[in-house]
Write a protein that binds this ligand. Structure first.
Ligand code: NI
Length: 395
């Protein structure tokens, strides 16, 4: 099976590079992926998949029917949206859309998803179970997965695979991570209400700016003294405003930030823990406060069994040299985690780095990907999918 998958993927490679360059030249922002979605739907239909359009607003679902002796349904998710960045590469297929760029490699993801569907559609009589391909919109604004889930794409799904490109891993190499891959990312907003007064008579006022500074300092210190250092939290206040004049004590401050964490228990307790510190300080100095804590996407927690399955498939396909175990999670966020609330899954990192020149990071206007990665991604996903049904169900 592996050699059949590899030879089909190699035959398809020139066509997939063409598809990828088309996506790269015509990027679309989150929630506006109409042209990309129509293109995806066309390729899936002509490969014989059953296609549903406008799922999760601009998303696409493709169903591939296997032999049907195994009732487990496997989902493969890729994302389609680009970023509001002006491309500064010299590529001949650079973005035709001013201010919009595939700088996060979602053009590669979509292409790999299509390539996997094209390869497996030719081998469907050898697949014991059914496959559902999810082409998700709006990952960059952390909305698309929730739109897709609301439209029922996880119904009957027993496991899900995903991937993200990574420029610091060389092309033809796959990065495997057990456990936490990305962080939970929440939004925090705090208002502090003091009492205005003359700058020369602080004892007659309640200084909201000084109290805000105490809140920020205490939160940073409390992370180090009250939280398990092996379960990281990053709390960054990125906005602060308040005050009217240099000699007037401020009565109001608003601050807003992002809170990142990796461990689910830590994540669960964050709002209560933060509010406790804010409330104590405000009460001590006579201020009032209001706190808004908005849960963003949870942490991606890779299932151990499925991660091992993908790792073993990669080792079989590429040899040990081309498999990297990733030692550290990222504090970035990824809405793949929302699918994992409905079924276990795993996301791997697909190396797209060039070996012979410096690589720009994701979201950089000069980010480029080595297209050799497309075949690696297709074979990895297709062979892992096949292997999924060769193993007994896991608890
Ligand atoms: Ni991305």
């Amino acid at each position: 099976m592996l050699s059949e998958i590899k030879s089909l993927a190699e035959t398809l490679a020139p066509r997939l590079i063409e598809i990828r360059r088309h996506f790269h030249a015509y990027p679309e922002l989150s929630g506006q992926e109409q042209q990309t979605a129509a293109y995806v739907a066309g390729v899936l239909s002509s490969s014989g998949l059953h296609v549903q359009e406008s799922v999760g607003k601009t998303g696409i679902v493709g169903e591939l029917t296997g032999k049907g002796e195994d009732s487990r349904l496997l989902a493969i998710r890729t994302d389609m949206d680009a970023l509001p960045i002006q491309e500064r590469t010299q590529l001949e297929f650079a973005s035709h859309c001013p201010g919009v760029m595939h700088a996060c490699g979602h053009d590669i993801h979509t292409t790999v998803g299509l390539g996997t569907a094209m390869v497996l559609s030719q081998l469907s009589e050898k697949l014991p179970g059914n496959l559902r391909f999810l082409f998700q919109p709006a990952e960059e604004i952390a909305q698309g997965a929730s739109w897709m889930v609301q439209d029922g794409v996880m119904r009957d799904v027993s496991a899900i695979f995903g991937l993200h490109v990574f420029p610091s891993i060389p092309a033809r190499t796959v990065g495997i991570r057990y456990g936490a891959l990305t962080a939970a990312a929440d939004d925090l907003e705090i208002f502090i209400q003091g009492e205005s007064g003359h700058g020369a008579r602080p004892h007659e006022a309640i200084d909201a700016i000084w109290i805000a500074s105490q809140v920020i300092t205490s939160l940073q210190q409390a992370i180090s003294r009250t939280q398990n250092p092996l379960r990281p939290i990053v709390l960054s206040i990125g906005q602060i405003s308040g005050g009217r004049a240099p000699n007037v004590i401020a009565d109001q401050v608003r601050m807003a930030g992002t809170v990142r964490s990796l461990h689910p228990d830590t994540h669960a307790n964050l709002p209560e823990w933060i509010e406790g510190i804010v409330a104590n300080i405000c009460q001590t100095y006579g201020a009032k406060y209001e706190m808004n804590y908005r849960r963003g996407v949870p942490s991606v927690q890779n299932d151990l069994y499925l991660t091992k399955l993908v790792e073993d498939s990669c080792r079989a396909a590429w040899g040990n040299e081309q498999v990297q175990l990733i030692a550290e999670a990222s504090l970035g966020a990824e809405d793949f985690s929302l699918y994992l609330e409905h079924a276990p899954g795993t996301m791997f990192r697909l190396g797209v780095g060039f070996k012979d020149r410096p690589n720009h990071p994701l979201h950089h206007p000069q980010f480029e990907a080595d297209e050799a990665a497309i075949t690696t991604g297709v074979v990895t996903l297709a062979y892992s999918a096949y292997q999924y049904w060769q193993h007994p169900p896991h608890a």
